[in-house]
Unconditional design. Structure first.
Length: 459
């Protein structure tokens, strides 16, 4: 397949969002994908692009990897740099957002007084990374505890108060980990204002944009974070294992090693034999060269970025897509809430939380009734994650097995919630159906169907 055949037709067309687009994706006929936010998915043209590159590398492995891959990688870097409005020399790829956060934290050199600041809604794997760093370096963790909902201004107040507290005790906040959109619950944070606050306080900003590119508008030249990583396989329609990693030139010297350390690593000046890479010379900087080849992996998802962007242009481009999915998310929340008896939607007074593709609706479940039923079947709070875990696991299995769908049910602030994802292949009717499914499942939970045989889960 010639490279020009991989370019999708981007001529303006009358594209209808919703179920008519479902044919472009790879879902089973009876599967309704309501949880795009967890793992993403991609349409058929992107699968064709990926398989093309996979076939190319298998047809002549050495030739492709040594001489063709870097050129194609450069085309992908250029394509995503335009979407993010970022200089080309600041853009590389890693396999996912967690790898990007790890790359930053494991490269920084920490002193005894240094702190890593983050909010308690940080992604679990990233908090584990902070814990590991504090176990293996002199760094300390500084967690900001808060409970949703709060206003954007309160995030800034909490940030400044924590920095001031640490500085008053003789410490320094070296870096802050910030979310674009929190995963659980799925709410948008004021990452733009928090990034500016980091600059004001002399704190390095590290943005976990796992839900970022393809999800909200991003202008990295204007935002100017110190580090930014965003999964392309969640909302941009790239295959899994693809995240864009932005590091401004001023900070690239801090990231000496990839994860794992590979051929692009440059040792500190020392006597002895000079190491050299067995790979061909890279036409970019030492930074971009370092990240271009990290072991023998299937990097074809990186090469699919131009195809993913072209597909999105065919749908009308980023503005049209974001306008549709952000509107649909609000419609989804209101629709499901109404069906469930006008249960609360997790939002704040200024509605900044819901300016994204994820929304959270409270489920109409009576905790006291569920505790009573569970106690009769030998379920204690220490068993299978307590009542919250039992109910969530039961509902999950029923959604998959009986209804051929998945909606993310979670426990927050002593209540059960469902997180819904809006995407171009969905429409309001899908969430009307989802609301009815959730209502029926909640009624069955209240009747005790979530327990059987002494507290064992029904599968």
């Amino acid at each position: 397949m010639a490279s020009k055949e991989l370019t999708l037709n981007t001529k303006s067309q009358d594209v209808k969002f919703g179920k008519e687009l479902r044919k472009d994706f790879l879902f089973e006929d009876n599967w309704l994908n309501l949880n795009h936010g967890s793992f993403g998915t991609y349409p058929r043209p992107i699968r064709e692009a990926m398989r093309h590159y996979q076939d190319e590398v298998e047809a002549r492995p050495d030739s492709f990897i040594l001489f063709e891959y870097n050129k194609l990688l450069g085309e992908s870097r250029l394509a995503i740099s335009k979407v993010l409005n970022a200089p080309l020399e600041t853009i590389v790829f890693v396999s996912n957002a967690t790898i990007g956060i790890n790359t930053v934290l494991r490269n920084l050199v920490f002193e005894k007084s240094d702190h890593i600041l983050y909010f308690n809604t940080i992604y679990g794997a990233c908090e584990n990374t902070v814990t590991y760093i504090t176990e293996t370096t002199p760094a300390s963790a500084a967690k900001i505890d808060y409970k949703l909902p709060i206003e954007d201004s309160e995030f800034l107040s909490l940030f400044h108060a924590k920095v001031s507290e640490i500085e008053a005790s003789g410490g320094t906040v070296k870096i802050a980990i910030l979310d674009t959109i929190v995963s659980i619950p799925g709410v948008r944070l004021p990452f733009e204002d928090l990034t500016a606050a980091c600059k004001e306080r002399g704190v390095l900003s590290c943005i976990d944009g796992a839900h970022g590119v393809g999800h909200v508008e991003l202008d990295l030249s204007a935002l100017d974070p110190d580090f930014f990583v965003s999964n392309c396989h969640k909302w941009l329609f790239a295959p899994r294992g693809c995240a864009v990693f932005y590091v401004p030139v001023r900070n690239q010297h801090m990231l000496r090693s990839t994860l794992p350390t590979s051929h692009g690593f440059i040792a500190l000046p020392s006597e002895g034999e000079k190491r050299s890479s067995p790979l061909p010379a890279h036409d970019g900087s030492a930074f971009t060269s370092n990240f271009s080849f990290v072991g023998t992996l299937d990097n074809t998802p990186y090469l699919c970025i131009p195809a993913a962007i072209s597909y999105r242009q065919r749908l009308g481009g980023e503005s049209a897509i974001l306008r549709y999915v952000h509107t649909l998310a609000l419609q989804a929340a209101n629709t499901v809430s109404k069906i469930l008896g006008n249960t609360p939607i997790l939002d704040n007074a200024t509605h900044s939380f819901t300016k994204c593709c994820l929304v959270n609706v409270q489920l109409p479940l009576d905790y006291r009734n569920i505790v009573s039923i569970g106690a009769q079947h030998g379920i204690s709070k220490d068993k299978i994650g307590g009542y919250a875990g039992v109910v969530r696991a039961w509902m999950t299995r029923k959604m998959i097995d009986e209804f051929r769908t998945f909606m993310f049910v979670f426990w927050y602030d002593e209540k059960w919630w469902v997180r819904l994802s809006a995407q171009v292949y969905l429409e309001v009717a899908d969430f009307e159906w989802a609301g009815k499914v959730l209502k029926g499942l909640c009624e069955r939970v209240e009747k005790g169907e979530f327990v059987a045989g002494g507290g064992k889960l029904l599968h």
